[in-house]
Design a binder for this molecule. Structure first.
Ligand SMILES: C=CC1=C(C)c2cc3[nH]c(cc4nc(cc5[nH]c(cc1n2)c(C)c5CCC(=O)O)C(CCC(=O)O)=C4C)c(C)c3C=C
Ligand SMILES: [Fe+2]
Length: 224
């Protein structure tokens, strides 16, 4: 997790904008080259100091790089980029009765059962951030992903079978979510903590939908 200095935006607004683009229009904007766009409604997002790639994610500006243009097996996912926050700001804003604080943990996900392995691998390899084909050959992305995932799945299944039949990533991330919720609770900050995965359930879109349903007004995004 990155924690960096920040300066909270001055106004509290009832809406948030999770990414550069409007989250209601997934995939409509590619933020890769435009990550410093207005974050005026994402008041706890801050510009971090790093632009390093880490865990396949750009540790950089606030916004996400929507991968919504990819059409994966599950809902398409966003890749959030680094954000940072200040607990002091959370503490002060959470005192405002109408504020609802949310924390969104972003991870990549992994197959939970052996049956998930092939479609999970498809999602992984269908991502141009994992396998980037020359523009001319983009149309081969999904067929190639299908081919690789089908060919690799048996071997991968053996590996997952050896560690209990699935990836531990979901549980680990859920445990982290709970730990963050409890740590904030101990500071007197009531929060909802969400988990969003890029390649498997719960997909980031599902988390975002839940965040909207819960009417979160302050959101901290932590790419793990
Ligand atoms: C050529 C093969 C692979 C490339 C390139 C690759 C890049 C890559 N992968 C991740 C994230 C994850 N990969 C995971 C599992 C996984 N990855 C590959 C192959 C390549 N990945 C395979 C075959 C598998 C299945 C497991 C196995 O057989 O070894 C996972 C899931 C981990 C889990 O907990 O289950 C993740 C996450 C990134 C970010 C990346 C390139 C940047
Ligand atoms: Fe991988």
């Amino acid at each position: 997790m990155n924690a960096a200095s920040f300066s909270p935006l001055p106004t509290l607004r009832p809406k948030f904008s999770l990414f550069c683009s409007d989250i209601q229009k997934p995939g409509s904007v590619d933020c890769h080259s435009n990550c410093n766009k207005s974050t005026s409604q994402a008041s706890l997002f801050l510009c971090p100091d790093s632009t390093n790639r880490r865990n396949g994610m750009l540790a950089g500006p606030l916004c996400a790089s929507p991968s919504g243009r990819r059409n994966l097996v599950g809902p398409t996912s966003y890749l959030a980029e680094t954000s940072a926050y200040d607990v002091a700001a959370l503490e002060s804003t959470s005192r405002v009765a109408e504020e609802k604080v949310g924390v969104l943990l972003l991870n990549l996900g992994g197959p939970e059962t052996l049956n998930d392995v092939q479609p999970f691998l498809f999602n992984l390899f269908a991502d141009p951030d994992i396998i980037r084909l020359p523009r001319l050959f983009r149309f081969l992305q999904r067929p190639l992903a299908k081919l690789i995932s089908v060919l690799r799945a048996p071997k991968s299944k053996e590996g997952y079978a050896a560690i209990g039949g699935g990836s531990p990533l979901r549980k680990i991330t859920d445990d982290q979510a709970l730990a963050i919720k409890m740590a904030l609770e101990a500071k007197g900050i009531s929060s909802n903590v969400y988990v969003g995965m890029r390649y498997w359930y719960p997909f980031t879109e599902e988390a975002v939908q839940q965040i909207k349903r819960d009417r979160i007004t302050r959101l901290v995004v932590l790419p793990l």
